[in-house]
Design a protein around this ligand. Structure first.
Ligand code: C2E
Ligand code: MG
Ligand code: MG
Length: 711
């Protein structure tokens, strides 16, 4: 781990360093002081030594000079008594260690003692030679003794000499005392200085401590509080209390700037959360927020053993509203739907009910408390009725239905993911059951969905296994009931499950995208079959067309014109024998693109018919914008055309309108002769239906086409 030195530690180190260096300086100073002390002592000792010596020297020389003078006469007369008296008197003087009176040759005559043991001996000590040789006052010193000698003269004649040894150490006692006093004073001074140094160091330490405390209070603490807050923000805790400061300095500015920054980060975070959790259009919660809420609720409810219900409401065919009326109207419709759902949810589910928009036209409602099955049922019923009421927007009335799927916790699933999936499945089943209704989730539904997935996998290889084939339903001209062509219809006979209805597998193919591979295969086969009956049916009738259903997905992907052209070329079928049928939903939406596409197909000579006409929203106005050659009136209108005057009116209107635009009208699902007669009377052009002929095998159709007479 990397060593981390905090601000406080750094300040501490700095203060400690300065205290230590000042203390070191002080110690150095003190040592110098000690040295000075001993130097002062030495110098003063030397000085007093010199003063004492000079003093002694002066005294000694005058004394010895006088002594030599006083000895002149006794020596001249060789009066040893007199000499001895003088010598003894001298020796008695304080500080005199010895007295030697000697003759001209240096032999001792007297030494001041009573019995003169050295009498007659020649002086032979270290100082003797110079003393004897000296012709005037002569001083020599040893550490202990100052030896002063003087010749004893009568006139110019030298009779001998006298040497006196003065004790140099005499009088040093005073010197010692003086030096001791001096030393004492210097020591005291030193102690005072040491005390001063100690006090100063102490003061410095205190100052350092105070400084540290001040730094800690005024800088380190606010900065570490800032660091704590920054860490909290980093960890996503935006509601942590921000540090405040009334300081008028840079740190105060920093703290305030930080607090402002923290607030704005927190505000941004709230905004982002709001954006992330709410649906921008309706203001309801979105999938994310709902999922989080559901997770939390499930945990709580699991503990207390309560139930909840999820309702998935999906507007039926909402895409058509968007496609036909535009996205602005679509948005307004969604807003009103959201409003209605929220109101109903609150009315029946109570204030605890929660509504979210899962995107598009899908809304989810959560209700809990009490008998959730009953509440969910009531809520779903009301939703279906309330949402079926027309929505008024921009001067229009928009009609629509809603399919609702319901799933219950904990009956259907224990986890949020499974519940959401179940709700989706139940809603899907409501759609399959005919839309505009509600369904509770059941395990069987799950199986249905699984079956569907299975079906999709089976369908993938069905064409290659030869399970898919085409049947042909004859199309007749109403005026003379002449066979004019046939619609190619796909059949699937599964090797195990038997015949599977087109309404089932075409839907699977559409939704899985498989239709994009099956579609071209159907086109190719139908063109081939049509070319065959062209060759084999020798009735001499006008040529028969084949009508092929084309899925909306095929319009959006790939090049329809190229595919049609290739199929015609390969089969050798003239283009005018081919019709393609498109549902209204395929055509509306991207009209410009579709018009361009259809123009290319039509320019080849292929005719385009609008299938299931009247069931969509497009209405007749679309026919002006999209180039088609014909419309096939949906069989739901034909079914009631004899009983329902509205259907008859609509059918008649379609026929009249189409004719005014110069396009062909085909009636689907003619099951009764009466229908046939009525349609003929209303000048409908072509017709197909069980009364005229069921969808049949190719061979059957060829046989039918070969019959020379009309049906
Ligand atoms: P559609 O194109 O409207 O086809 C007409 C449907 O009405 C056929 O159902 C036909 O059997 C049925 N029908 C004909 N006459 C009568 C009648 O008198 N009464 C009643 N009740 N029904 C009648 P089918 O074959 O089940 O096809 C259903 C739908 O499947 C077709 O509707 C078409 O949209 C689609 N489809 C069928 N084959 C293909 C195909 O090859 N490609 C594509 N893309 N769709 C296909
Ligand atoms: Mg059709
Ligand atoms: Mg149809």
């Amino acid at each position: 781990m990397k060593l981390r030195l905090g601000l406080q530690a750094q300040f501490f180190a700095m203060v400690a360093l300065s205290v230590v260096s000042v203390a070191a300086l002080m110690v150095l100073f003190w040592v110098r002081q000690q040295e000075m002390q001993s130097l002062v002592e030495d110098v003063s000792k030397q000085a007093t030594d010199q003063v004492l010596d000079a003093n002694l020297h002066g005294r000694a020389e005058t004394g010895v000079e006088r002594l030599a003078e006083s000895l002149a006469n006794p020596l001249y007369y060789f009066d040893l008594d007199q000499v001895g008296e003088i010598a003894r008197a001298t020796l008695r003087q304080p500080g005199v260690r010895y007295v030697l009176v000697y003759d001209a040759d240096g032999n001792i005559l007297h030494d001041g003692t009573p019995d003169i043991p050295s009498y007659g001996k020649r002086m032979d000590d270290a100082l003797a030679r110079d003393a004897i040789a000296a012709r005037e006052l002569h001083t020599q010193t040893t550490p202990r003794v100052m030896d002063v000698s003087a010749p004893v003269l009568i006139g110019d004649a030298r009779l001998g000499g006298v040497r006196v040894g003065f004790d140099r150490l005499d009088g040093r006692g005073v010197q010692e005392v003086v030096i001791a006093t001096l030393r004492k004073q210097v020591r005291e001074l030193g102690h005072r200085q040491l005390l001063a140094i100690l006090l100063l160091t102490g003061a410095l330490l205190t100052l350092g401590g105070v400084m540290l405390a001040v730094i800690q209070r005024s800088m380190v603490r606010p900065i570490s509080q800032l660091a704590d807050s920054a860490r909290a923000i980093e960890a996503g805790q935006f509601d942590t209390e921000m540090p405040v400061s009334r300081r008028q300095d840079e740190l105060g500015d920093l703290v305030r700037a930080f607090a402002r920054m923290g607030q704005s980060v927190s505000r941004h975070n709230r905004d982002i959360r709001r954006m992330a959790y709410t649906d921008a259009l309706t203001g309801l919660g979105n999938r994310l927020s709902f999922r989080e809420f559901l997770d939390a609720r499930l945990l709580q409810l699991d503990d207390i053993g309560e139930q909840l219900a999820l309702l998935f409401a999906d507007i039926d065919d909402f895409k058509r509203i968007n496609d036909t009326l535009g996205h602005d109207v679509g948005d307004e419709v969604l807003l009103q739907v959201a409003h209605r759902i929220s109101r109903v949810a609150e009315d029946i589910g109570g204030a605890d009910a929660r509504v979210a928009r899962f995107g598009g036209d899908e809304f989810v409602i959560l209700v809990e408390g009490g008998n959730v099955r009953e509440i969910a049922t009531a809520l779903a019923e009301r939703l279906v009725t309330v949402l079926a009421e027309p929505i008024a927007t921009r001067g229009r009335q928009v009609f629509m239905g809603t399919s609702v799927g319901i799933t219950l916790f904990p009956d259907d699933a224990a986890g949020a993911t499974a519940l959401l999936k179940n709700g989706d499945i139940a809603m899907y089943q409501a759609k399959v059951a005919g839309k505009n209704c509600y369904r509770f989730y059941s395990r069987a539904m799950n199986e249905a969905v699984e079956r569907r997935v299975h079906l999709e996998n089976e369908l993938r290889g069905a064409w290659d296994r030869g399970e898919l084939r085409l049947v042909y339903q004859p199309v007749y001209r109403l005026a003379d009931q002449m066979l004019v062509g046939a619609e190619a219809l796909l059949r699937w006979r599964h090797r195990e499950q038997g015949v599977i209805a087109p309404s089932v597998f075409i839907d699977v193919a559409e939704q899985s995208g498989l239709i994009e591979t099956i579609g071209p295969q159907v086109m190719r086969a139908a063109c081939g079959d049509a070319a065959r009956w062209e060759r084999e049916a020798t009735s001499g009738l006008s040529p028969l067309f084949v009508s092929v259903n084309v899925s909306p997905r095929q319009l959006r992907s790939g090049d329809l014109a190229k595919m049609v052209e290739a199929s015609l070329r390969d089969a050798g079928l003239p283009a005018d024998r081919l019709h393609i049928e498109l549902t209204e939903t395929a055509v509306i939406g991207d009209e410009a693109h579709v018009s361009q596409l259809l123009s290319r197909v039509r320019s080849m000579g292929v005719k385009v018919w609008l299938d299931d006409f009247g069931t969509g929203f497009s209405g007749l106005s679309h026919l002006r914008r999209v180039p088609v050659d014909g419309v096939k009136i949906d069989r739901s209108f034909i079914a009631d055309v004899l009983r329902d005057p509205d259907d008859l009116a609509l059918t008649s209107a379609i026929i009249a309108m189409a004719h005014s635009l110069g396009i062909t009208v085909v009636a689907e699902g003619v099951e009764k002769e009466g229908q046939y007669a009525l349609l003929r009377e209303r000048r409908c052009d072509l017709a197909q239906g069980y009364w005229l002929g069921h969808p049949m095998e190719l061979d059957e159709f060829i046989a039918l086409a070969a019959k020379p007479v009309t049906a």
